[in-house]
Design a protein around this ligand. Structure first.
Ligand SMILES: *[C@@H]1O[C@H](CO)[C@@H](O)[C@H](O)[C@H]1NC(C)=O
Ligand SMILES: *[C@@H]1O[C@H](CO)[C@@H](O)[C@H](O)[C@H]1NC(C)=O
Ligand SMILES: *[C@@H]1O[C@H](CO)[C@@H](O)[C@H](O)[C@H]1NC(C)=O
Ligand SMILES: *[C@@H]1O[C@H](CO)[C@@H](O)[C@H](O)[C@H]1NC(C)=O
Length: 432
């Protein structure tokens, strides 16, 4: 086997690229007996359009397999998840659930806003990251707090003010707008407040670098002081105990307040200076890189320096296009869909693969090294965030890998004509 391959490769190594291309267009793939049967040529398109056509009755049927449904069924869910009801036949084995809609999360309603979360208890595969969708009305405050995980955020709508003080007493305050980011390292205290300029308050996505994170387990100023003897509080601040007559007996979490004055009037002079690396990043101002089938832009610790544990790629996929087959070498991906209709197949090795459909407001999770793609199934742009628990964005493109491998080796696996393999793009397509 080895010597045969070497003999085949030798003349090519000596030939110029032009000669190689000419030789290969005339040579056909070797007519050997296949070591494994060929994969079927039948397509396995999503039934998204069929299931969503007027009067359609979604059925778990593909070709001659499956059958219709006689029993009760949740038809709206079938229409949203055609590749779950009638999966492509390439799906196999038992891969953990990788879809969670925030619409299924418990929602904590407070005066001033709400918050709903997804963590490992909702989606057990998502061990490395958790997310929260939070709304603050104009003036409302997410109270002064801290937590054991780092906090990363993407503003979905409206605007909010953030403020923090680090371990060296250096402060930070900023107003954040749609498509912009903030980041607080683990344990660093902060508050958030809805503004009243681009909208009535704000809604934002929060992501934490632990799948176990829970919004119910953050360290709140009021909760702490409600659990410290009053004379200790008075001794700590060196003031009279009666001044603490009106501190809350329980946590406030989210509560209404007045819209703050402009930033310059709110900022507190800090004799220790401000934090050296900004806790926010004007990601909305970063131009996206246009791609064949969409666009991408990345914010990781090379540009948003403080964000060493959570990074993002904001991706758009045009109708008919797809995020190419790829994987992330060591990083789990927590994905948030902002618009469009899509399908994603996650490949877990050992003949195990499962396909899911996603809509705006849904979360996907892909463990490290799992091969995947995201295909736009609809007539509108799919926009989503690939979020990673790491410092630098990394991915491996299947096409680029094969384009930069000896073509005879690729041919020995896939039986493609050599000139087709040699025409594979050596640059990543990312969205094609
Ligand atoms: C796609 O689905 C059909 C059923 O319609 C199945 O027979 C075929 O093998 C599938 N194709 C692949 C590539 O698996
Ligand atoms: C927000 O601004 C609108 C329009 O200027 C105003 O009507 C509204 O009262 C403001 N809301 C708050 C809470 O200040
Ligand atoms: C997308 O457009 C095609 C062709 O015009 C149509 O058949 C299909 O129903 C549309 N799908 C959606 C989701 O609107
Ligand atoms: C290869 O990919 C690069 C980057 O996506 C693109 O600019 C270029 O046009 C592609 N080349 C061909 C021949 O398609």
């Amino acid at each position: 086997m080895y010597s045969l391959l070497l003999l085949a490769a030798l003349p090519l190594a000596l030939a110029s690229p032009r000669e190689v291309r000419q030789a290969s267009t005339t040579a056909s793939a070797p007519a050997t007996t296949p070591t494994a049967p060929y994969a079927s040529d039948d397509p396995n398109d999503s039934f998204y359009d069929q299931f969503n056509a007027p009067g359609a009755v979604p059925a778990p049927q593909r070709g001659s397999t499956g059958g219709n449904i006689l029993g009760p069924d949740n038809k709206p869910l079938d229409m949203q998840n055609p590749d779950v009801l009638a999966p492509p036949s390439t799906d196999e084995g038992d891969l953990d659930n990788s879809k969670w809609p925030f619409a299924l999360s418990h929602n904590r309603l407070q005066k001033g806003g709400w918050a709903r979360q997804q963590n490992v208890h909702d989606m057990p595969i998502a061990t490395a990251l958790a997310g929260v969708d939070m709304r603050l009305e104009a003036g409302a405050i997410r109270e002064l707090h801290w937590h054991t995980s780092a906090e990363w955020s993407y503003v979905i709508a409206g605007s909010c003010r953030i403020s923090s003080v680090d371990q060296l007493g250096r402060n930070y305050i900023a107003d954040i707008y749609p498509g912009d980011l903030w980041y607080f390292p683990a344990g660093i205290p902060h508050y958030l407040q809805g503004l009243n300029d681009t909208a009535d308050g704000c809604e934002f996505l929060l992501v934490f670098d632990s799948g176990e994170f829970s919004e119910e387990d953050t360290f709140l100023l009021t909760d702490w002081l409600a659990h410290v003897p009053k004379e200790v509080i008075a001794k700590n601040f060196q003031v009279d105990i009666s001044l603490f007559d009106h501190i809350p007996a329980q946590e406030l979490y989210i509560f209404p307040s007045v819209v703050p004055p402009p930033l310059a009037q709110t900022a507190v002079d800090d004799p220790n200076g401000n934090v050296p690396d900004a806790f926010s990043y004007a990601f909305s101002q970063v131009p996206a890189t246009p791609l064949r089938g969409g666009s991408v832009k990345i914010a990781d610790s090379r540009t948003f320096k403080i964000a060493t544990n959570i990074i993002v790629a904001e991706v758009t996929i045009n109708p008919g296009a797809m995020r190419e087959l790829h994987w992330h070498p060591t990083q789990p991906e927590w994905t948030y869909f902002l618009s469009g209709e899509s399908r994603l197949t996650s490949f877990a090795a050992s003949a195990t693969a499962r396909t899911f459909n996603y809509q705006a407001g849904d979360i996907a999770y892909i463990p490290p090294a799992y091969g995947h793609y995201i295909e736009n199934l609809g007539n509108t742009t799919v926009k989503y965030l690939e979020i990673f628990n790491t410092d630098i964005y990394q991915d491996i493109s299947l096409t680029q890998w094969l384009a930069l491998t000896p073509p005879e080796i690729v041919q020995a696996h896939l039986k493609l004509p050599l000139d087709v393999i040699q025409a594979f793009n050596t640059s990543k397509g990312t969205v094609v």
